[in-house]
Design a protein around this ligand. Structure first.
Ligand code: COA
Length: 373
């Protein structure tokens, strides 16, 4: 069996960013107008007023201070409260493919690879902008790669599932160089009029190049092992889909966007992931303390604090478990890859780390890596 490694990564960040202050001002203006327009019904007790959001709550509950987005003006306009991303013609590159290509080019350059060296492209993300043709095939064409390409969706765990899929292709010999991209335009599935979740997500694209060890550049990352897990739950759900077009409430209904039982997710996912990491480490003959760093899924700073404490036996420092949540918010599958991309240059050969994702499904993935010389 061949050995699969991570050769390089890429990160593309949208230039626009929205602070908590700007987001809360837009939501509170929208909610105030909504309440005013329904004053009589609210007064008679027929309707509940929309509660106000707060900057302090958001930062304390999640660790998020701002988020990058594809379109700021629509999201912070109280009359719109959604991103406005113009549709493109079929002969133009689609927006998801474009941002994936931006991240992919960085990963290829970092490894000294040309598009024609790539055998397969996987687009792994929590939302695809259309049913078909696959986003990955459009990325393949835009870059000029040959071979094959396909999409996969495992919500926030898409990237770790994508890394294992790519590594399995390399191990089995069906591809030697696999490009895995995560274009996440999470603002498109977020309900900006829902106070409990309007602050959670941001937009970004990441890329990971998984290759056969003999091809990889110096300083690559050995994949010591990866593990995937799923367990059905309705606690994070999005009912948008191609069968909804006849639904009486239409595709704008709140359940056709991201909805979650945040408290339940917190309580159920933390122990599941901590146990998964510990048992995966044990299986590899390692302990939590053998990890120089954990690049955890970036959903919530308090969740990560708890998971890392359970794995390490003490509260993790920013060096042991870095966060990018403050400026990126939750970027679904891309979160742990952003953390890995931005916080891994200081590793010495032989040092080990863990890339970990978790989210809707439920789904979770762990990838243990070691820096090569
Ligand atoms: N501004 C002000 N107050 C808010 C608010 C906001 N934007 N959103 C919720 N609140 C209020 C709630 O109404 C509640 O008030 P109450 O105590 O009077 O009922 C209080 O703050 C606590 O709300 P709750 O939803 O229980 O907050 P929480 O501390 O559990 O934090 C999450 C909410 C979503 C940040 C948290 O549950 C979480 O991180 N869950 C993990 C799930 C996740 O991140 N999933 C993403 C996909 S992987």
């Amino acid at each position: 069996m061949k050995t699969a490694v991570i050769s390089s990564t890429g990160l593309w960040t949208p230039p626009d960013s929205i602070s908590n202050e700007e987001l809360v001002a837009a939501y509170n203006a929208w909610a105030t107008t909504w309440n005013k327009e329904r004053e009589a019904d609210i007064g008679s007790g027929m309707l509940e007023p929309k509660p106000m959001s707060s900057v302090e709550f958001i930062e304390k509950a999640s660790g998020i201070k701002s988020r990058h987005v594809m379109n700021k003006s629509g999201i912070i306009d109280p009359d719109i409260m959604a991103p406005r991303i113009p549709e493109r013609k079929n002969d133009e590159i689609s927006i998801m493919a474009e941002i994936a290509v931006n991240a992919a080019r960085q990963a290829l350059d970092a490894a000294g690879r040309k598009p024609e060296d790539i055998d397969a492209v996987i687009c792994a993300a929590s939302n695809m902008q259309r049913a078909y043709p696959a986003m990955a095939i459009e990325v393949q064409k835009a870059l000029g790669c040959s071979g094959f390409a396909f999409d996969m969706n495992v919500a926030c765990s898409s990237a770790t599932f994508g890394i294992q899929t790519a590594a399995d292709f390399v191990r089995a010999g069906s591809a030697r160089s696999v490009l895995m991209v995560n274009p996440e335009i999470c603002s498109g599935h977020l309900n900006f009029t829902d106070r409990d979740s309007h602050f959670i997500f941001g937009d970004v694209a990441t890329a990971v190049l998984v290759e056969e060890e003999s091809l990889a550049p110096a300083g690559h990352w050995k994949i010591l092992g990866s593990r995937l897990k799923t367990e059905f739950s309705n606690n994070i759900r999005n009912n948008f889909g191609f069968l909804n077009r006849t639904a009486p409430e239409g595709i704008d209904a709140p359940d056709k966007l991201f909805v979650q039982e945040g408290r339940k997710v917190f309580k159920e996912v933390v122990p599941m992931v901590a146990e998964m990491i510990s048992s995966h480490m044990k299986e590899l003959g390692l302990q939590g303390t053998d990890l120089r760093r954990m690049w955890l899924h970036q959903a919530n700073v308090n969740m990560n604090r708890l998971i890392s404490s359970k794995v390490l036996g003490h509260e993790a420092s920013a060096d042991e478990s870095p966060t990018v949540l403050d400026t990126y918010a939750n970027t679904s599958s891309a979160g742990s890859i952003i953390a890995f991309h931005k916080h891994s240059a200081d590793f010495a050969a032989g040092e080990k780390g863990l890339i970990c994702s978790f989210g809707a499904g439920y789904s979770a993935g762990t990838v243990v890596v070691e820096k090569a010389a």
